[in-house]
Design a protein around this ligand. Structure first.
Ligand SMILES: [Zn+2]
Length: 230
């Protein structure tokens, strides 16, 4: 175990709070975070809150490095067991798709790792530079947050390549995370970089295919990567 005492006491406090704020799934999400931390990050990530609510611009999840908070969309991730609408916080709410949630959490934890490990050499450098240049009025208003650059930088490529190795996920054997404009034959596309690791999973490919077919049948604009068709 690499966690120091204060990290594990923070995590225990967060778990206990989630029993009140997000009963039935909050603690499970923290336990999954803890397990990912041990399995993929050598237990070295500093725990932060996992919020349930509304990430910027309707995204399914988000990492806010200014507060070390991961936010998941209640709309996209929670449902009732019986399918009926219920109030927020109802204990019957549950995660829709635990395999997918696990991968999306890991994706946000890569952002978390980059900020915690690399500081200004990671994606935060992009944001801080923009602030210094007066280009960012408020962080995390979607139109001001450079979602391209945080998935197109050396820190992101390094983490994706580490986690895509045989030792860890190996979800895209032979593929390499590097600048998608490099013309390198086995380079991941930008879509693959921004949606690592879930874009490579069977559940994602099946849902994307189902969505494309249904949208086409309705004569609506085809959306390739809208993960939750319902
Ligand atoms: Zn991301």
């Amino acid at each position: 175990m690499n966690k120091n005492k204060s990290s594990s006491s923070i995590l225990e406090t967060l778990k206990a709070a989630s029993d009140i704020t997000d009963p039935g799934y909050g603690r499970w999400a923290y336990e999954l975070w803890e397990s990912h931390n041990e399995n993929y990050f050598d237990g070295k990530l500093e725990p932060g809150a996992i919020h349930w609510g509304c990430p910027p611009a309707g995204h399914s999840a988000n990492y806010d490095f200014t507060r070390n908070i991961i936010t998941f969309s209640t709309l996209m991730w929670l449902r009732t067991i019986d399918g009926k609408a219920i109030s927020v916080g109802d204990y019957r709410r549950r995660i829709k798709d635990k395999a997918a949630f696990s991968d999306y959490l890991l994706h946000e934890m890569i952002h978390q790792a980059i900020h915690q490990r690399h500081g200004k050499d990671g994606e935060s450098y992009t944001i801080k530079t923009k602030i210094a240049q007066g280009q960012v009025a408020r962080l995390y208003q979607q139109e001001e947050y450079d979602v391209v650059k945080i998935h197109k930088c050396k820190a992101w490529y390094d983490e994706v390549n580490r986690l895509n190795s045989a030792k860890f996920l190996n979800v895209a054997p032979g593929k390499i995370a590097k600048d998608p404009n490099s013309n390198y034959e086995n380079a991941m596309s930008y879509d693959e970089l921004i949606r690592f690791p879930y874009i490579f999973r069977d559940y994602f490919i099946k849902k994307v295919n189902a969505k494309g077919k249904r949208e086409t049948n309705k004569g609506r604009k085809k959306q390739k990567y809208n993960f939750f068709p319902d």
